[in-house]
Design a protein around this ligand. Structure first.
Ligand code: TGC
Ligand code: FAD
Length: 393
C-alpha cells in the first residue's frame, strides 16, 4: 500500500471553531491512525483478519469511552471530541471505527447509563483500557430493522435467569469477552443482559466471506439455556427505548466517522489527479475530473457542518433521534458516493489495494446498512416531520 500522505480538507475553516482540547484530541488520533492503522490495515482487510494489535492504541487515544467519565476509566471528553475521534479512526478504516463504536456506545454506554454502580465498577475501567472487549446483540436472524419482534428471551428461574435465542451480524462477537444482549422477559418486556464469554451454553461462531468490513470480526451469538446471574441484568431501563438510546450514541459517531472515510477518498483522488498525466497534462486539469473533485469537497464541507452543529446540540443534551438519523443517513450516503467517484478518478488503479478507496467503498456498504438502514433513517425523518410512522401498515 502507498505511504499515508493524508491531508485533511477544511474548506470552511472549521478548525477555527474547535477548542484547543478538540484539536489536541483530533491530532493525536490522526497521528495514531497514520502510524498504527495505515501501515497494517490493507493486509488485514485482504486476509479478513481483525487487527488485535491496535486495541491498546485505540484505548490510548481515548476511543474506548471518549465521553464516559474519567472515574470509570473513560476519557471524560465532550461529544465533539468523540465525533472527531470517530472521524479520524474511520479515515483509516470503517471496521476499526466499528470496533470503537461498539465498545464505547453499545457496550460502555448501556452499562454506564442503565447499569448499577457495581456493574459500572466491574466492567467500565477494563473496557476503557481494552483489557476486555465487548459486543452488542440486538439484531436477530428474523428481526433486523424491526428489533421489537425479537424472540431471544430470559426466563426467571428464581435465583437466576435462563437465556435462549440467537443474534446475528454482531460486530466484535468472535473475540468479545462480554456481550450486552437484548432479550424479552416472560412479560414481553425487553431487558439488557450482560453475558460473559465463559458462561456455559454461550457460543459466538464467526461470519465468514464478507466483502465489506473485512478487518472487523463479525459473528453470531447463540444462547442455549445460558444461566445468567441476576446481577447481570441492567436495572436502569427496559423496553425497546433502552437499546435505541444506545443506537442514538453510535449513529452520532457514525455521522462523524463517515466524513473520515470520505476525506480519505477525496484526498487520495486529488493527489492522484494532480500526478496522473494523460493526453500530455495532469487529469486534474480536465473539467470532468475537476467537477468530481469540486463536488466531493462541497459534499464533505456540508457534512462537516452538519456533524459539527449536531455535536453542539448533543453537548447541550438537545440532539433528537431524528436529527441524528438525518446526519447518519446524509453523511454515509455522501461518503459512499464520494468513494465511488474517487475510485473512478484513479481509473484501474482505483480497484487495487495500493490505495484505500475500494476498501472504503466496500466498508461503507455495511455502514449504510447497520445502525439502521438508509431506508429506516429516511422513515424516521418522515415520521418526525409528518407525525405518521410508516414502518408498518
Ligand atoms: P417505536 O414505537 O418507535 O419505539 C419504541 C419505544 O422506544 C422509544 N424510543 C426511543 N427511546 C430512546 N431513544 C430513542 N432513539 C428512541 N426511539 C424510540 C419510543 O418512545 C418507544 O417507547 P415506549 O415507552 O413508548 O415503548 O419502535 P418501533 O418498533 O416502531 O421501531 C422504530 C424503528 C424502526 C425506528 C426502530 O426499530 C429502529 O431504529 N430500527 C432499526 C434497527 C437498528 O438500527 N438496528 C441496529 C442494530 S446494532 C448495529 O447495527 C450495530 S453496528 C455497530 C458497528 O459495527 O458500528
Ligand atoms: P432487513 O431489516 O431485513 O431489511 C432488508 C431491506 O428491507 C433493507 O433495505 C431495509 O431498508 C428494508 N426495509 C426494512 N423494513 C422496511 C420498511 N418498514 N419499509 C421499507 N423498507 C424496509 N446488529 C447488532 O445488533 N449488533 C452489531 O454489532 C451489528 N453489527 C453489524 C455488522 C455488519 C457488518 C452488518 C452488515 C450488520 C450489523 N448489525 C449489527 C446488523 C444491522 O443492524 C442490520 O443488518 C440492520 O439493522 C438491517 O437489518 P437486516 O439486515 O435484517 O435487514
Amino acid at each position: 500500500m502507498k505511504p499515508d500522505l493524508f491531508e485533511a480538507p477544511d474548506y470552511f475553516a472549521l478548525d477555527s471553531l474547535l477548542s484547543q482540547e478538540h484539536l489536541l484530541v483530533r491530532d493525536a488520533a490522526r497521528a495514531w491512525v497514520k502510524r498504527a492503522v495505515s501501515p497494517i490495515i490493507e493486509q488485514h482487510a485482504q486476509a479478513a483478519t481483525f487487527p488485535t494489535e491496535i486495541i491498546g492504541g485505540l484505548a490510548e487515544i481515548g476511543a474506548f469511552g471518549p465521553y464516559i467519565p474519567q472515574e470509570y476509566g473513560g476519557a471524560g471528553l465532550d461529544q465533539i471530541s468523540y465525533g472527531l475521534i470517530m472521524q479520524e479512526i474511520e479515515r483509516g478504516d470503517s471496521g476499526v471505527r466499528s470496533t470503537a463504536s461498539v465498545q464505547s456506545s453499545l457496550v460502555m454506554y448501556p452499562i454506564f447509563t442503565y447499569g448499577n454502580e457495581q456493574q459500572r465498577q466491574k466492567y467500565l475501567p477494563k473496557l476503557a483500557s481494552g483489557e476486555i472487549m465487548g459486543c452488542f446483540g440486538l439484531t436477530e436472524p428474523d428481526h433486523g430493522s424491526n428489533p421489537s419482534g425479537m424472540t431471544t428471551n430470559i426466563k426467571d428461574m428464581g435465583d437466576h435467569y435462563l437465556l435462549n435465542g440467537a443474534k446475528m451480524w454482531i460486530s466484535n462477537a468472535p473475540f468479545a469477552d462480554i456481550a450486552v444482549v437484548w432479550a424479552k422477559n416472560e412479560a414481553g418486556r425487553i431487558k439488557g443482559v450482560i453475558v460473559e464469554r465463559d458462561m456455559e451454553g454461550f457460543s459466538t461462531p464467526e461470519t465468514h466471506h464478507k466483502w465489506s468490513l473485512r478487518a472487523s470480526a463479525t459473528g453470531e451469538l447463540i444462547f442455549s439455556n445460558v444461566k445468567i446471574p441476576k446481577e447481570n441484568i441492567l436495572p436502569g431501563k427496559d423496553g425497546l427505548g433502552a437499546p435505541l438510546g444506545c443506537l442514538d450514541s453510535a449513529r452520532y459517531g457514525i455521522a462523524w466517522g463517515a466524513i473520515g472515510a470520505a476525506m480519505d477518498c477525496y484526498d487520495t483522488a486529488l493527489r492522484y489527479a494532480k500526478e496522473r498525466i494523460q493526453f500530455g497534462k495532469p487529469i486534474a486539469a480536465t473539467q470532468l475530473q475537476q467537477k468530481k473533485l469540486a463536488e466531493m469537497l462541497t459534499e464533505i464541507t456540508k457534512a462537516q457542518l452538519l456533524a459539527f452543529r449536531l455535536g453542539q446540540l448533543k453537548n447541550e443534551g438537545k440532539a433528537t433521534t431524528a436529527q441524528i438519523s438525518m446526519a447518519k443517513r446524509n453523511n454515509v450516503e455522501m461518503a459512499i458516493n464520494i468513494a465511488r467517484e474517487a475510485r473512478q478518478v484513479l481509473g484501474g488503479m482505483g480497484i487495487t489495494g495500493e490505495y484505500s478507496i475500494m476498501r472504503h467503498m466496500m466498508n461503507l456498504e455495511s455502514v449504510i446498512t447497520y445502525e439502521g438502514t438508509h431506508d429506516i433513517h429516511l422513515l424516521i425523518t418522515g415520521a418526525d416531520i409528518t407525525g405518521h410512522p410508516a414502518f408498518s401498515s
